[in-house]
Write a protein that binds this ligand. Structure first.
Ligand code: HEM
Ligand SMILES: *[C@@H]1O[C@H](CO)[C@@H](O)[C@H](O)[C@H]1NC(C)=O
Ligand SMILES: *[C@@H]1O[C@H](CO)[C@@H](O)[C@H](O)[C@H]1NC(C)=O
Ligand SMILES: *[C@@H]1O[C@H](CO)[C@@H](O)[C@H](O)[C@H]1NC(C)=O
Ligand SMILES: *[C@@H]1O[C@H](CO)[C@@H](O)[C@H](O)[C@H]1NC(C)=O
Length: 668
């Protein structure tokens, strides 16, 4: 008996050894044929088993392999190598912008070469999206992000109808309003949760009108998240969500009041905004643990238990809101109620299915299931919430570190809108192009370049081998291999990006620094002429979303494929225009009347600052700048780009002209 077992085990071992050997042999041969450097790893870094267990095995691996081998080969198995120690470091060491990884159980290609990235992103049939990694995002139904092929086409066609210039204009106005709400919260301070934190800001008084400076704000990340959520509530569902200090306007549709309410309406235990925010925040838990189990986890199992319980509660409540929303919308359509003017992706999807007079009705192929309507509405909030919030958050911090950039932003706002105009009167059509081409556009671009919220957009080779043209050479890419454009790395590649100051930062120049002036340098490559691009544009099919240029000829024009925070080609971000519009609106509203300063409470009190001379103030501010910069750089070396471990950068908003450190007569 024991002998039999042993024999069986021996047989298994022999079989496994053979499998591994044969796997290595075929995969290495396939990889070598592509003609790029090949890294051989003990385990395939993208295998699901490795991805879920690597936190346990990585320390063992580090010990097993000598550090030189580890850093030169095994780095691809670590979770944050696209950022750590810096996005360029591994590509630079390998001396190649494209490399392949081969292991016995898989192949993959990573690239930070703009030409390779552009051809991969523009040839969707040859390099489709690797949707195998997205199935889990179908929690509320299949959708435009998670599908490929014909199904994706249908989703893209139906959803892209909402992303037009009229709706971008509506979104602009809502973003202006929401930014006003965020600022209002900071200035009305002490009463509400968001806003002043550490208590050392003693100058706050009654209304916003006469206050010169907010208290120290330690919740910028949280506030920009709320801001983005409120806007996505509008974009996705046509809702006007409120800040805690705001009143529900009297003209609001009573049906919609339920969703916009700051208190849970009857029958619910959470507000719509909270249920959505919690579902978005706990998405991983909801994806991994089935509802039937989550539901039974009692909330008294410590903070852990209550978090899981809350995730489930949020999902239940959110689903209920969505079902009610769908039902009410269908009733409205049946009763012939006129649609309210404005952006409302979910409403438009329901209409396209149920409205007999809808223009898309006749096209049988483009009818979504109810679950697909839910899936798309949800994925829009997921795709458009944290991304926009984080870019805005990081831009504000970078501006606080770089007061001279604030001055340039303010000059441009004054030129476009005037210093005293009321933002509610700003005209979208007249001003949007100027805004995008201004220093406001440059600071947002520079944040998107340096800290892109999406680091990798997974593609794969189609079902048959594909040829890739790369600088005159042809590369045979093996069928089904994942191809990963590394956005963080190509956006700092000195082959495509000019340094402002060539003497700085050694080999990499100053490409690791946040310097918006870069966007005014002469463009680098004449390789792709405008005529070429026009021709390409014509050959590309129209997949909806914004098609126009948001550029001006005097600005720096990145080589195609080197600036891809929104991806490129058919699968590029549907919300790009909306996101840019939201972000320029926020910067314009904030900096028209205010400046942002790093809080220096750690080094000096308000009274001490007041007594200081310019030189002393400069020293204190330099300390705050250094600390903020360090905090940001730490964030940049973890994969999700968050300020981990409760780190944050405290700031204050100050009425223009009242700056302590960064005013006209101040430091800069
Ligand atoms: C700064 C903000 C944003 C950034 C950086 C961003 C970035 C991206 C990127 C890189 C992709 C491609 C993902 C992939 O291929 O895996 C993408 C896709 C997408 N984004 Fe965004 N996004 C932003 C905001 C938004 C907003 C506000 C919305 C919607 C309101 C949105 C909706 C979408 C959708 C629907 C897709 C999938 C398109 C398709 O596959 O056809 N995004 N986004
Ligand atoms: C919201 O979740 C709670 C679970 O704690 C549940 O009791 C309540 O019924 C839910 N509300 C709705 C409308 O489903
Ligand atoms: C920001 O980047 C986009 C995309 O490359 C470009 O068209 C635009 O001109 C840039 N804006 C500025 C102000 O440089
Ligand atoms: C910010 O920190 C990074 C890394 O610590 C450093 O390379 C860079 O020079 C710093 N920038 C400024 C403006 O201090
Ligand atoms: C944005 O910031 C939040 C909060 O720090 C973080 O949890 C999330 O992973 C970030 N998301 C992206 C896309 O950078």
């Amino acid at each position: 008996m024991r002998l039999n077992l042993l024999a069986l085990f021996g047989l298994f071992l022999a079989w496994a050894t053979y499998k591994i050997y044969a796997g290595f042999k075929t995969n290495i041969a396939k990889a070598r044929k592509a003609g790029y450097p090949v890294l051989i790893t003990p385990i395939y870094p993208l295998s699901p088993l490795w991805l879920t267990t690597r936190h346990f095995f990585l320390p063992i691996l580090t010990r097993l392999f000598p550090s030189c081998l580890y850093s030169s080969y095994i780095f691809v198995m670590t979770p944050d190598w696209e950022y750590h120690p810096s996005p360029r470091s591994h590509f630079a060491r390998l001396g190649s912008d494209t490399f392949l990884v081969a292991s016995w159980n898989g192949l993959a290609c990573y690239t930070s070469d703009a030409g390779v990235i552009y051809s991969v992103m523009s040839r969707r049939e040859a390099f489709p999206k690797d949707t195998r990694q997205y199935g889990i995002l179908e929690i509320f139904g299949s959708n435009v992000v998670t599908t490929e092929g014909q199904v994706w086409r249908m989703h893209r066609k139906v959803t892209s109808a909402s992303f037009n210039e009229r709706n971008a204009g509506h979104t602009f106005r809502e973003a202006v309003r929401q930014t006003g709400g965020m600022v209002g919260g900071w200035f009305s301070s002490s009463s509400s949760g968001s806003g002043s934190g550490s208590g050392s800001g003693s100058q706050e008084a009654g209304g916003e009108g006469d206050v010169e400076m907010t208290g120290t704000i330690t919740t910028l990340e949280h506030d920009t998240m709320r801001w983005a959520l409120n806007i996505i509530g509008y974009v996705g569902f046509g809702l006007k969500l409120l800040w805690p200090h705001e009143q529900m306007p009297s003209d609001v549709d009573p049906k919609l009041a339920k969703y916009g309410s700051l208190q849970p309406p009857s029958g619910y235990s959470m507000t719509f905004a909270d249920s959505l925010a919690t579902v978005l925040e706990r998405i991983v838990v909801l994806l991994l643990i089935p509802s039937a189990i989550l539901k039974r986890i009692p909330s008294r199992w410590g903070s852990w238990g209550s978090k899981l319980h809350e995730a489930w509660e949020a999902k239940v409540n959110y689903t209920k809101y969505m079902n009610a929303f769908l039902k009410e919308k269908v009733e409205d359509i049946r009763a012939g109620v006129q649609e309210r003017e404005g952006m409302n992706i979910m409403g438009q999807l329901v209409r396209s299915k149920y409205d007999p007079s809808s223009s898309e009705k006749s096209d049988g192929a483009t009818k979504l299931e109810d679950s697909e309507i839910m899936g798309n509405a949800f994925i829009m909030t997921l795709a458009g919430h944290e991304t926009t919030a984080n870019v805005t958050h990081f831009t504000l911090i970078e501006l606080a570190i770089h007061p001279e950039a604030q001055r340039r932003v303010q000059q441009d706002i004054d030129a476009i809108f005037g210093r005293d105009s009321d933002p509610e009167t700003w005209d979208y059509e007249k001003s949007i192009n100027a805004l995008l081409a201004s220093y406001i556009g440059a600071v947002i671009n520079e944040t998107l370049r340096l800290i892109p919220p999406v680091v990798v957009t997974p593609k794969r080779v189609a079902d048959t081998d594909q040829w890739l043209q790369d600088e005159g050479q042809k590369h045979q890419m093996p069928a089904m291999m994942p191809v990963m454009p590394v956005i963080s790395a190509v956006q700092r590649n000195k082959r495509y990006w000019p340094a402002l100051d060539k003497t700085k930062g050694g080999d990499a120049g100053d490409l690791d620094e946040w310097l918006p002036d870069r966007w005014y340098l002469p463009s680098m490559s004449q390789g792709q002429s405008t005529a070429d691009e026009k021709e390409e544009k014509q050959q590309e099919e129209n997949y909806g979303g914004y098609q126009g240029l948001d550029t001006s000829p005097t600005l720096f024009r990145p080589v195609r494929g080197s600036f891809i925070p929104f991806s490129d080609g058919a699968r590029s971000c549907l919300g790009r225009r909306i996101a840019m519009v939201e972000m320029v609106a926020a910067i314009a509203v904030l900096f028209q009347k205010y400046s942002v300063e790093l809080a220096v409470d750690e080094w000096a009190s308000d009274e001490e600052v007041q007594k200081m001379g310019v030189e002393e103030q400069r020293e204190v501010y330099a300390k705050a700048q250094k600390k903020a910069n360090d905090t940001l750089h730490q964030a940049q070396s973890v994969v999700t780009l968050k300020l981990t471990g409760g780190r944050h950068v405290p700031v204050r908003f100050v009425r223009r002209g009242k700056e302590r450190f960064v005013g006209d007569e101040g430091l800069c």
